[in-house]
Ligand binder design. Structure first.
Ligand SMILES: Cc1ncc(COP(=O)(O)O)c(C=O)c1O
Length: 384
């Protein structure tokens, strides 16, 4: 038996090397500084280091509704994992549509709301479109657009860490195909004024598609007065994305959805690569039926968040006003130093968010995790 490597013909080698180099050139050309910070760097991999308190990914460790866990167990025990879950996904779409006050054709399900972000990016990016987004920001959609040949243009957040709606509206040009806003914003955790956002959507949507990402909105005060889902209709180029990953505590099951016009929902379904797993689907159904779960979870997160804000105030550290399960604060020293020293204390905080390199984002964990994080922060922020 030969142990030598299979020999590649010169032509084959040149072709594969050429493809790899072209790939690198594409990556190099499209990744801006902020996007590079989110690539799989050692720091980003450390975000999932085992054995550390993981306060880097905005998960909700209070976990799902007990009804969701039970629904999954029942689904599996009934031997349903050999069946495609079309009945279940149909029921979920009906439930979501009722909750959001639209008909089911307006709903498009995703393997996490990330899939909605990616499929929208494919649609506009493949047409060489341009996205406006707030920077620093959540990059899944802008990055995916650039990866397939589109352009991403960042508009800086205000000093309070909020979307600068005026600047964003002023930046809309005939080249703009889509405007992406996360409300609440990530990494700052701030919300925009609900009335201002509604008039922004009315003003901008005749010129460009508007994508409002409400991944964290159920954690904000007065969810009902803040969601813009009521502006979705058959004609407006608008999509509102929601997820079961955050307040519903189901990040590992990958389930989210978009609410948009029936026409655009049909377009997006064509881009979808996967479809929902049965256990994820029944867990989402049970979560939506568990009245009171969202409010109970919000209370736990807000109470824990308050303890962190009290500490930051005591230490004289500025922070963006959070409406989320994470807090973005000015550490008064480089992120890299805080990250490294917090790691040494057993706590992982989020990656850096350039250009705000003295700021740090930390997720609200379980009470005992937060206690450890507060003790570590006190040490790191008060000693050299
Ligand atoms: C603003 C925002 N949108 C969307 C997502 C995607 O979440 P998922 O794909 O788990 O629904 C995240 C995840 O952290 C996020 O922060």
């Amino acid at each position: 038996m030969s142990t030598s490597l299979p020999s590649l013909s010169r032509r084959h080698w040149l072709t594969s090397a050429g493809t790899a180099l072209a790939g690198l050139a594409v990556a190099g050309r499209f990744l801006n500084e902020e996007m590079r910070a989110q690539a799989l760097t050692p720091e980003r991999l450390a975000a999932v280091t085992p054995g550390k308190v993981r306060l880097s990914l905005n998960e909700n460790p209070f976990g799902p509704s007990p009804a969701a866990l039970e629904a999954m167990q029942r689904h599996l025990a009934a031997g349903k994992s050999c069946r495609y879950p079309y009945l279940e996904t149909g029921e979920l779409v009906e439930l979501i549509a009722r909750k959001e006050g639209v008909s089911p054709e307006h709903i498009v399900l995703g393997v996490g709301s990330g899939e909605i972000l990616e499929t929208v990016a494919l649609h506009f990016g493949l047409a060489k479109g341009e996205v406006l987004y707030a920077t620093p920001g959540y990059l899944q959609l802008p990055r995916a657009m650039e990866a397939v040949g589109g352009r991403a243009v960042g508009v800086p957040v205000t000093p309070a860490g909020e979307h600068d709606l005026e600047a964003m509206a002023a930046q809309v040009s005939p080249a703009t195909s889509i405007v992406y806003l996360a409300n609440p914003h990530n990494p700052t955790g701030t919300t925009v004024d609900a009335a201002a956002l509604r008039s922004f959507i009315r003003e901008v949507s005749p010129k460009a598609f508007v994508f409002v990402d409400e991944a964290y909105l159920d954690i904000a005060d007065n969810y009902n007065s803040r969601t813009v889902v009521g502006l979705v209709n058959a004609d407006r180029p608008l999509l509102v994305a929601r997820t079961f990953s955050k307040i519903y505590g189901l990040a590992g099951l990958r389930i989210g959805y978009g609410v948009t016009s029936p026409r655009f929902a049909a377009v997006l379904r064509n881009y979808a690569i996967g479809s929902l797993a049965g256990p994820a689907t029944v867990a989402a159904i049970a979560s939506l039926k568990d009245d009171g779960f969202v409010a109970r979870t919000r209370d736990k997160i807000v109470a824990e968040r308050q303890k962190l804000l009290d500490l930051l105030r005591e230490l004289g550290r500025a922070y963006a006003e959070p409406q989320t399960n994470f807090v973005f604060f000015n550490a008064g020293r480089p992120h890299a130093e805080v990250f490294r020293r917090m790691q040494a204390e057993g706590v992982t905080v989020a990656r850096a968010f350039p250009p705000l390199t003295d700021w740090v984002r930390i997720t609200i964990g379980l009470p005992e995790e937060n206690e450890k994080a507060r003790a570590a922060l006190r040490k790191v922020l008060t000693t050299a």
